[in-house]
Design a protein around this ligand. Structure first.
Ligand SMILES: Nc1ncnc2c1ncn2[C@@H]1O[C@H](COP(=O)(O)OP(=O)(O)OP(=O)(O)O)[C@@H](O)[C@H]1O
Ligand SMILES: [Mg+2]
Length: 395
């Protein structure tokens, strides 16, 4: 699997210096001894070898020139002809061309699609960033410099192989915001976008969506997002999610009782946003999944009683999406039956206490089991609160 990184540290080098640069730095350290001014050694190395970043960027600029030269040709294409490029590239890959061969055209395609769909033209530095990420290196872009748009280039290119491309980010909000935002570009080019969201801190039951502009909702959390089973979000061409969702799904896939219950495909290509946060800060918190305990069975029993007491107006079952969701009335009814609120404060479903997250985990599991048998009956209710949305097993 190939992984590349985004970083937003202000003092990190964008591209690894060549070895000679590092060797000269070491010599300077050896002959001059340690000093407080570490930059001094860098300056000495640069005096002899030139700026290593500049050299690397100059090399990438040649590819940028190729992409820019294609712009008039792509601008002249109709929307349909531009979208048809995706199938053309897939066919050329099948005939033996490599991703590197296709890179200039694929990047020019994404840039043109972005201009038409979002009205944003990738800057040349974003193209350089995209090439660098495709090569598996770290790119440093500071806050607000457009990491979200830059990532579309290597994601599209690598998704052409049909094995999935992942964008790993730091929280649910960014996963759905960026997936929905950039999903418009991928959709224009005939690619689907999956979005993973967590439902509970115990990692027991995440939610998943496919970007679909026809799906409208009053809630930001579900607007333009069609709920699907996790498997379908992973089957999408490009999947946005958090590190913990990708990680927990990987762990759960390794303890499933049936092969078919696994949701992930073999890993192919991933870009990590805010890599210092994810691989350093977040990495200090281990992902742990555990088996059932005695206390769990009591909670399952308690939830089963609550599910039995639900009235038709309390929930909505979608046969199409294999999902069940509580209505606003249902949330109030469940909270009344449990004798405690399910979110804290109740009007902000994302702010849930660890104990509430555990309860929601039990809720999801009991729901999935209880409602799977009635999912074929057409029960219609009103819009659901997102935090109480549950995937039903795929028939
Ligand atoms: N090529 C472009 N043309 C026009 N606007 C752009 C372009 N690239 C990025 N932007 C705009 O810049 C703003 C910041 O972009 P984005 O959120 O991707 O930055 P970021 O690098 O991810 O920042 P952060 O570190 O805060 O996450 C957005 O409003 C985006 O639309
Ligand atoms: Mg960002």
């Amino acid at each position: 699997m190939e992984i590349c990184f985004f970083i937003y540290l202000h003092n990190a080098n964008t591209i690894k210096p060549p070895h000679c640069h590092a060797i000269i730095q070491s010599w300077a350290l050896l002959f001059l001894g340690p000093t407080e001014d570490k930059l001094c050694y860098k300056k000495i190395a640069r005096f002899f070898t030139g700026d290593p970043n500049k050299k690397a960027i100059d090399k990438l600029s040649l590819i940028v020139e190729q992409i820019n030269a294609l712009e008039p040709q792509f601008e002249a294409l109709s929307d349909e002809a531009l979208a048809a490029k995706t199938d053309e590239y897939k066919a050329r890959l099948a005939k033996g061309e490599t991703l590197d061969d296709l890179l200039p055209e694929a990047f020019a395609t994404v840039r043109e699609a972005s201009k038409r769909v979002l009205g944003q033209r990738h800057y040349d530095v974003q193209l350089i960033c995209g090439i660098n990420l495709h090569h598996g290196s770290i790119s440093e872009l500071r806050t607000g410099e457009g990491k979200t748009l830059s990532a579309t280039l290597p994601l599209y290119l690598n998704a052409l192989e049909g094995k999935g491309a992942h964008l790993v980010t730091v929280n649910d909000y960014l996963a759905r915001r960026d997936g929905r935002w950039m999903g418009a570009i991928y959709r224009f080019l005939g690619m689907s976008t999956g979005i993973l969201q967590s439902a509970s801190a115990d990692g027991a039951s995440g939610r998943a969506f496919i970007y679909d502009p026809d799906e409208s909702s009053l809630y930001e959390e579900t607007h333009q997002l069609r709920p699907v089973h996790r498997k379908y979000a992973y089957a999408a061409d490009i999947t946005y999610g958090t590190n913990s969702e990708f990680g927990f799904d990987y762990l759960r896939d390794n303890i499933t009782m049936r092969w078919d219950d696994r949701v992930q495909r073999p890993h192919h290509f991933a870009i990590i946003d805010e890599v210092d946060n994810i691989l350093i800060d977040e990495a200090r918190t281990p992902l742990i999944i555990s088996g059932p305990s005695h206390e769990d069975s009591e909670n399952y029993y308690r939830m089963a009683q609550v599910v039995k007491a639900l009235k038709p107006e309390d929930y909505e079952v979608s046969e199409k999406d294999h999902s069940v969701a509580l209505t606003e009335i249902g949330v109030a009814h469940v909270e009344e039956l449990l004798g405690e609120p399910l979110s804290d404060p109740p009007e902000r479903p994302e702010d849930i206490l660890p104990e509430q997250a555990r309860l929601l985990g039990f809720w999801s599991k009991v729901c999935a089991r209880s409602f799977s048998s009635i999912a074929t009956r057409n029960i219609s209710c009103r819009v659901a609160r997102l935090s109480l949305w549950t995937n039903l097993p795929v028939a």
